[in-house]
Design a binder for this molecule. Structure first.
Ligand code: PD2
Ligand code: ZN
Length: 285
């Protein structure tokens, strides 16, 4: 692999774009389009703009050299199976950027059935957290029905949450309560990011409960008769929804450059049920 150098010319170019009023996301996109790799481009932007702010007399607090720590399964030795709290999970597919891991057999058939039975009577047309206010609203982009369990609500849920914490090497306490969604034919979840948009007014309030989201695990509770893949449009990836399997992805900064744009494709026949676990940076109360 070649390493790209952050040259004085590159830094001057970044500065020129910033002084001309270009948005950081556009400068990054231009660098990517001209062949710079994402990490180098982000590092060059950070260094250059930080130095410039210091030159003009701003106090700049130290930023992490890379993004925030994220959940990550123990895949260094490229195992085909992982054991989590005594439960064997298959590793079906991995992708580095964005970080995506598809697991097989994370939940047993009995666990899927039990979760659907517990959630079914409590389903409501989905609400999402409204970033503008920090409250909830019914969302036209997600035409499913949903509900949240509280963390550890039943022994079944507690056991699944402990398995997830072990599998993703991430503290149990940093997980939100499980969300269950049911999609009927025609229902979908349009592409979105799961992190909270720092530019939105309501985000500060949301972040008080455990900070940013840094990872998502979508577990499939049934296999729809048609459609319903989880899609990652930035990288052309589609994960088939298969009962008991799950897709995990992480994002170390709340930014589209993580390439974690993802959606739930329309269900074309039958129903699709998922349980989602979102992982926060800190303890979620
Ligand atoms: O159900 C899905 O495939 C899906 C797609 C996108 C779920 C979520 N996002 C989510 O729960 O955040
Ligand atoms: Zn999502």
């Amino acid at each position: 692999m070649t390493t790209q150098a952050i040259t004085p010319e590159l830094r001057q170019w970044i500065l020129d774009q910033a002084l001309a009023g270009c948005q950081p996301a556009d400068v990054l996109a231009a660098m990517r389009n001209s062949g710079w790799d994402e990490d180098t481009a982000v590092a060059a932007m950070e260094q250059t703009l930080r130095e410039r702010l210091q030159q003009v007399g701003h106090t700049v607090t130290a930023a992490p050299a890379s993004g925030a720590p994220v959940p990550e399964p123990a895949l260094e030795a490229a195992p085909t199976r992982l054991s989590a709290e005594g439960h064997e999970v298959r590793v079906l597919t991995t992708l580095k950027r964005p970080r995506v891991v598809v697991f097989g057999g994370l939940l047993s058939d009995e666990e899927c059935t039990a979760l659907m039975a517990l959630a079914g009577p409590r389903l409501l047309r989905s609400e999402t957290v409204d970033n503008a206010t920090g409250g909830s609203e019914v969302n036209a982009a997600r035409t499913s029905d949903g509900m949240f369990f509280s963390r550890g609500e039943t022994p079944l849920i507690d056991g699944i949450e402990r398995r997830i914490a072990a599998l993703l090497c991430w503290p149990l306490e940093n997980g939100e309560g499980l969300q269950v969604l049911r999609y009927r034919p025609g229902a979908e979840y349009r592409p979105h990011h799961d992190y909270f948009d720092p530019a939105q007014a309501g985000t500060a309030r949301i972040l008080q409960r455990g900070g940013q989201r840094v990872g998502t695990l979508v577990m499939y509770l049934n296999t729809p008769e048609g459609g319903g893949a989880t899609t990652f449009p930035d990288v052309g990836l589609e994960v088939a929804p298969v009962r008991g399997n799950a897709v995990f992805f992480s994002y170390d900064r709340p930014d589209p450059s993580t390439r974690t744009l993802h959606g739930g494709a329309p269900v074309t026949a039958g129903e699709k049920w998922v349980a989602t676990k979102w992982l926060r940076e800190g303890v979620f109360i």
